[in-house]
Structure formats: structure tokens, C-alpha cells
Design a binder for this molecule. Sequence first.
Ligand code: DP6
Length: 314
Amino acid sequence: MQWLAKAPSNIALIKYMGKQNSDHNIAANPSLSYTLNHLQSTVTLEHSHEQRDKWLPLCEQNNQLTLSPAAEKRFLQHLHWLKQQFNFSGSFIVRSANNFPLGCGLASSAASFAALTKCTALALTDLTAKPYPSILQQATWSRQGSGSSCRSFFDGFVLWDNDNIQTIDTPYTNLIHKAIVISQEEKLVSSTDAHLRVCSSPHYAMRAQRANLRLQALLQVLQNQDWAKAYRICWEEFHDMHNLFTTAAQPFHYITAETQHVLTLLEKLWEIEQDGPIVTMDAGPNIHLLYRCSQQALADHFQQKYLDGRYHVI
Ligand code: DP6
């Protein structure tokens, strides 16, 4: 028997950075993301008679996913944990793939852990007498595997605040997302390690308070359709997170000279046009842009003039 599930990635505007509890991925502060339906992971599960679960790449669209031994172990540990929730002791061959190109530095764990959780919920509902879990239950389980994946169960703007994970309605729908791939190299410090290391920054003590204030302000300006203010809040927020990285006891950074160059171009675009995309960055060197759907011409113009031929844009 085989099961299949897909899940999208998401990009945080108010960042989950720092944990109250690492065993259960309880975030130090609430976060707000936008779901990226065009960046998806697919997971299949095949019931197996082997003693142990096994991971294999799912061959899809000539994109063969590779996982480091540590990433593979973490993925299979989450499957094991999910099986415990159903008191299921059988084994699976788990296959996974992303629909975005390999090595583009966007291999976010959010989509893959969400797809694994969804697929396991389907399989174990069929294989046990247990009822199919609610979406909130699945999102809460997925958080155990990777915190940010819990937001991938909902569409549009998604708020994750402790056990509450929900879509937030705003006047902005169907935003255009572009990721500017500055570097394709594997990160030296994973997000999971970053969560631990930021705690030693002198700016960490007030971090949750700053994130909370920005969250309230961002929710308000999104409702009021004040796009320029939303841009400024998100700009401050990702710099706040990257500032925690560079001020940690063992500092680390992801912003390269190339990243800085493109960030300056984006600041100039805003200065000239008095308009532009919301700009944000995750724990990596790549830049994410969100445009309103009415800004398609501006998005095309910026890409053609400054990005095409220089950077991979997804
Ligand atoms: C910078 O969800 O990858 O992308 O819970 O340890 O798996 P774990 O961390 P992860 O952290 C994501 C951090 C971030 C910000 C965000 O997505 O909110």
C-alpha cells in the first residue's frame, strides 16, 4: 500500500527565532508567515516488512533530492515519533522530493516536515482504527519535527502563537513571491543551531518583546493596507534576527557582500518609486520578495534590470 501528500513552504515575516523548549519546538515568540504554494514538497509512504524505516529520494521532474545523513536521521526520527502517536510499530519506505531546483539554498524543512506529517496521518489512519487527525492536530505534530512547518498547514498569512496556528485574513491575497538565490551552498549553521546560539546575544533578552510589538504593528498595517509601513516593519524584523546572529557569543552570519548589494538595490527601488516589495530573509543568504498582485509590472522590471543573468530567481 502507498500514500502520498504534498505541502507548501512558507516564509516568515515575523520570525520564529529562539525556543522556550527545544524538545517540543515551543517558540520564544509568535511568528507570522506567508504560505508559498509554488514551492512544494511531496512525500510518499510505502508499507514495508523491513525492521526499520528507510528514506529514499522520490524521483520527480528530474529533481533528485539528496539529504545529508543528519537530515535523513532527523526526518526518520519524526516519522518514528508520529508512529508512536498512533501506537503503530510497522515500518515504511519514505520517499520525498521538492518541486524547486536542488541546491538553490531554499531547501526549507517546513515543506518537507509538513508533507511527511500529512502523509503519515493518512497512512496511519488507514492502518490503525484511529480517527483522521484535524489539520490543527497535524500542524501541532509537525511542529515537533520542525517548528516552522506548522505554518505550512494553512494558506495565506499564518500566525503561530504557542498552540494557536491559524490563517489571518487581510485585504492582501495572492501575493507574488520571488526568491533571489544569492548562494546555493549548504548553510554552515542550521536554523536549529541558530535557535540555540542566538540566546547568548545581549539583544536576545528583549527579542520576544520586540517581535511581539512588530507582530501587532504588522497585523494592524496589513489590515489598513499600509504597504510601505509593512515593508519597513519586515525590513527591521529580519535585520533584528540577523543582528542576533552576529552578536551571539560565537557569532555567525549569512549576509554576504552580494546579499548586501541586492538589499541596497531594493532600498533604492523603494526610494525612487515610493513603492516596492516586502523584503525578508531567513537564516540564509537568500532574499525573499513579496509583491502585491497589482505590482506585477514593477516585479518584472526589477527582475529584468537587476537580477536576470546574475542570480537565479524562483
Ligand atoms: C529563520 O523551523 O527551521 O526560518 O524548529 O529547529 O526545525 P526548527 O527550526 P526551523 O526555524 C526556522 C527559522 C527561520 C524563521 C521562521 O521560519 O520563522
